[in-house]
Design a protein around this ligand. Structure first.
Ligand SMILES: *Cc1c(COP(=O)(O)O)cnc(C)c1O
Length: 446
């Protein structure tokens, strides 16, 4: 039964009637960040590597890893990781279709192809049951994304990878600092690559980094795009004959305003995401049992966490609230004063780039330029990924555990879910496409 609630969309009063900008402001920048950034500018050290190398050491120490390598963005940290794992012409990687494009597309730069796998509808991460049958003798790696902060099923994935002797590359761009059964995400696979751009939970400005315990992966990535460090320090024998020039023809160096700010952010990061974790868990605890709404978070006693809850979303179960579309639900929450929206990243396997675009002049679509068969995946081939957007909505991303403020937001979601009957008559249904290719950029600050 629908409750009689005074929905703002239908003329009632808003649940959230004031701006709470301070609750959402991110990253938190203090005098210490400002001083660190200014020092780089005053020293003219923007293009150096001394501060970046300190940042790398501290970052590796934080995650208890042997090596960290910084990049100018997360996309290139993934490209460096791919090259590090020897992904090359004709090879294949397996990647979930629901992710930001940079988890997959750098493979094409290397002449490799991407085979997309399904996501699990609960974790929203790659479904371990949909991996093994996609492995061929050309498969070099599985890319795992801890999507929207949720740690992927690493135990199962690592077992599959070991069985087939392939690498596991973790894309940690949504989950820096998170735990999977007590272990930090990004430290379980062969290499953990991530974005540190200003919208992410570990936010330093344009930047990326990877961590690994594998010296060869680390040194191959240096050789590929860090010419100034491709020097006598390299120990991998076969890389020593071509020191000095970047093998990939790329320059991946991090801007030192980013690494200087990164060093400061790192000092406070665990403490700040603990506060986020408390706030977001409080929000969901209050919504426990409200029909139609389910948290996207691991069980409390699992040893797994959501890290900084980057781009966090909620599950939507329309069957429980009269089939109300997520589009209409979000309209109602918005009217309550909460700027959220439906959907998530669009499934990559359906984009025209994955079907027809000849990027490099191979005379055939780039996605199959070096493949031994037609790898293109048509509409209908990954049904969970193709239909998940209608069952997800974005959430307010609280940075402080101020329960009196959070209660107002809880009320907005409660009202929209419990008042569903009054919303059904004006429900336009969902459009054909929910979300967009640049989905998170559009609301990076919320
Ligand atoms: C943001 C993001 C990246 C790319 O990082 P940039 O720093 O923007 O280049 C890669 N993977 C995922 C999952 C991301 O969300």
């Amino acid at each position: 039964m629908s409750e009689k609630v005074n929905l703002a969309l239908l003329g009632g009063t808003k649940a959230v009637d004031q701006e709470n900008n301070d609750m959402f402001k991110w990253p938190i920048i203090t005098d210490e960040d400002e001083a660190a950034a200014l020092q780089v500018l005053r020293d003219g050290a923007m293009s150096g590597t001394d501060i970046t190398i300190k940042f790398e050491r501290e970052f590796a120490e934080w995650l208890n890893m042997d090596y960290a390598l910084a990049f100018n963005n997360g996309t290139n940290s993934l490209l460096g990781a791919f090259y590090g794992c020897k992904i090359g012409v004709g090879d294949e990687i397996i990647c979930p279709s629901i992710t930001y494009w940079a988890s997959a597309l750098p493979a094409y730069t290397l002449g490799a192809s991407v085979v997309y796998a399904e996501i699990d509808p609960v974790t929203l991460c790659i479904d371990p049951k949909d991996i093994e049958h996609r492995i061929t003798e050309r498969t070099k790696a599985i890319v795992v994304v801890h999507y929207l902060g949720y740690p992927a099923d690493m135990d199962e994935i690592m077992e599959i990878a070991k069985r087939h002797n392939i690498k596991v590359i973790e894309d940690v761009s949504h989950a820096q600092g998170g735990y999977y059964k007590g272990r930090r995400v990004g430290t379980i696979g062969d290499v953990g690559a991530m974005s540190l751009m200003a919208g992410k939970s570990f936010a330093i400005g344009e930047g990326g980094i990877f961590v690994t315990n594998d010296r060869e992966i680390y040194e191959r990535a240096i050789a590929f795009g860090h010419y100034e460090r491709y020097n006598d320090s390299i120990q991998t024998e076969y890389l020593r004959s071509s020191l000095g020039l970047p093998l990939g023809g790329y320059k991946f160096r991090m801007h030192q305003v980013s690494s200087a700010v990164g060093r400061v952010q790192l000092k406070y990061y665990d403490q700040r995401i603990q506060e986020i974790d408390k706030a977001m868990n409080y929000f969901w605890d209050q919504l426990e049992g409200v029909p139609g709404l389910r948290a996207h978070r691991p069980a409390k006693d699992s040893g797994s966490t959501m890290g900084g809850w980057y781009a966090t979303h909620g599950h939507y179960v329309p069957e429980e609230i009269g089939g109300l579309s997520v589009t209409r639900f979000c309209e109602a929450v918005q009217a309550e004063g909460v700027p959220i929206g439906p959907g998530c990243n669009l499934p990559l396997h359906l984009h025209p780039l994955q079907h027809e675009v000849d990027v490099y002049g191979h005379g055939k679509p780039t996605v199959i330029a070096n493949a031994d068969r037609d790898l293109r995946q048509p509409k209908g081939s990954l049904p969970v990924s193709e239909n998940i957007a209608a069952r997800l909505y974005s959430l307010p991303w609280f940075k402080h555990n101020r329960t009196d403020v959070i209660d107002r937001y809880v009320e907005a979601f409660r009202k929209a879910a419990l008042g569903y009957e009054a919303l059904l008559p004006g429900d336009p249904g969902n459009p054909d496409t929910i979300g967009g290719w640049n989905f998170f950029r559009q609301r990076a600050t919320r």
